[in-house]
Design a protein around this ligand. Sequence first.
Ligand SMILES: CC(C)(C)CCc1c(C(=O)O)[nH]c(=O)[nH]c1=O
Length: 310
Amino acid sequence: TSLATVVAGCPLSSCLYNASGPLCTTAAELDAVGSSEAGAILSKSATLEKRQGNPSPRYFETTWGSINSMGLPNEGYRYYLDYAKRAATFNKPYFISVSGLGFEDNVAIIRALSGQEHVSAIELNLSCPNVPGKPQTGYDFEQSRVLLEMIFEHVTTPLGVKLPPYFDLPHFEMMAAVLRDFPIAFVTCINSIGNGLVIDTDQESVVIKPKSGFGGIGGDFIKPTALANVRKFYTLLDKDVAIIGCGGIKSGMDVFEHILCGASAVQVGTQLMREGVGCFARIAAELREIMGGKGYRDIDSFKGKLKTLE
Ligand SMILES: CC(C)(C)CCc1c(C(=O)O)[nH]c(=O)[nH]c1=O
């Protein structure tokens, strides 16, 4: 099931939409995405119950991007399920991101969401926490398999996974080997680069309160890693698995690069947080300009067609 199938009932009105996280936690924020040029609406990762998340400051913008350790603040999955009928009024797909605090929570949430009207797809956040002291699920290939086996016993709604960034080629192969065994609809690459550190040199301190200042990095510096992950999974997985690009997108050219690597659609995170939902119209217009200049009438004309040298 490719993304086209996923959103067949309600095609993406543009290949750009919001990344899970920024400006998608409340109905008002989701409405703003729905009313914008975004091609779809994606919720903040949902847990079983509402969460306040970590103490502030928990998000910080830099000139090149952002660092965050939000701690999964969200309204609880029922809120995002209830929102689905309102999402439908925007005539664009509505995706719910899920990040249960344990495998049982993930199964319970996905069983409740599966088959529900107006929920176009589920994005399972594999950066979801697992056993404390063990690597996050996305970095534990056996645990990822275990979770996906549990999930696919119960889910009928198209489901994709949000992956953390990988850096070592065998890790791409190991994760692809897991994903090939399940009927996933899409793979979103990448989540923020984990556990970075940003320093305020005047104060000689970290800039966010949780985790001694350690947090997920987004923005300009993560684009090369995001592009590599999009490209790798595009080449490793079956072509009917859509790859959604996320990471370092703030212009039409950034979108062009993600699509060249094989992305069928892209998500905007840090730039959405900085610019607001107006970023979708601006970036989409820039992409149209670039495509026109290069003589491309549609995305399939250049999707995945990145050349190597010789
Ligand atoms: C990091 C987790 C809290 C385990 C998951 C939620 C999440 C967060 C968050 O809510 O802190 N931030 C991210 O950049 N990516 C994520 O996937």
